[in-house]
Design a protein around this ligand. Sequence first.
Ligand code: ADP
Length: 410
Amino acid sequence: MRVLVLNCGSSSVKYQFIDMDGEKVLAKGLVEKIGLHNSEMSHKRHDNVTYTVEKEILDHNVAIEMVIDILLSSEYGVIREKSEIDAVGHRVVHGGEKFSGSVAITDDVMKTLEDCSGLAPLHNPPNIKGILATMKLLPQAPQCCVFDTAFHQTMPDYAYTYALPQNLYRKYGVRRYGFHGTSHRYVSDRVAACMGRPYIELKIITCHLGNGSSIAAINCGKSVDTSMGFTPVEGLVMGTRCGDIDPAILLHVMEKEDLTIQQANNMINKHSGLYALSEGASSDMRVIYNDGEWTRDHVHKLAMEVTAYRIRKYIGAYAAAMGGLDAVVYTAGIGENAFYLRALACSGLEFLGIKIDPEKNFKASAMGEWRGLEKAVTTDDSRVQVWVIPTNEEIVIARDTSIIVSKNKK
Ligand code: ADP
């Protein structure tokens, strides 16, 4: 079976076309700046033949049509007929409490997705647009949704409940949902395989550190807590999001600075995190710590320390939540590369049984020979193993889609 995986954001469509026989990525690419005048498409085939174009791409319909056309192209493509796309798997951000796993798309599912849009007003509407456009363009292909929130639906009520008036939960669904579930699920499963231990026996903490970052506690194969909450703002320090703060700060600042709701929202989502800690230098970890040097000594050192300290606190908290710990996993752009952040976040955790091996930790980084590989970065006698595992959300989406579609065919 060949599965087209689509990740439709507000102004972008990321895609991978995967042959499930051998899980080979036949082609992948990105359409960006949809709706702006300088939209771009970049496409790469499995044999590294590439294609890029800059032109006006009005909406998601046009973007997905371009994706299908390039897959069909005789020069850059990999198929001759649309019917060779056997199924489509969509990344959908919010499945609310309705979806605890991936599902085939039906009219009922579409209605529920619309209902969940209020919970993710920036993310679910473009996901829905992408599904509707694909239905029109590929009417023969069955489609499935894989949700960012689904993996965390196993959290116990005492982990997802906020100590706020409980009618807010009943009226508006205010509770912890968590995100990046597909990534946490993939890397936790992989670490068990790498360690040669049964997934359902392990206590694992997974740190997904990218532009958005979250950490999850996975006990015996089930997510039991995670740092992102009702929205993806809570938890760790991120590129431009603040993570945990005293909620009363917002009210105080809104009053003092006369901020609108939109301005306050921009402050915590777009002008905080690493960007704010580095006094506006960058939200990009590579600028904060460039080739092993602080680019602006004190300010950037503090930015790194605040970020690392938050991760360390969560590791301690989640070890306590699970009553033990077997493995910690780092993944995504920062987690897979920033060896200095991993070392700092794990420093002082020897009492938990974590002993980082500095040489291995460096090797598993952007500058090291283990770049892009699945590797343990702890000493051989470390009781808890720390692993670097590159994430692969697309393969999880393709696998779930292929399983659901095969089952429905029977
Ligand atoms: P997204 O959340 O958008 O999927 P990624 O997982 O691609 O993000 O991660 C993006 C982040 O990874 C950026 O903050 C970038 O600074 C960081 N990053 C990428 N490469 C490196 C590197 N070599 N060293 C440190 N950080 C890196």
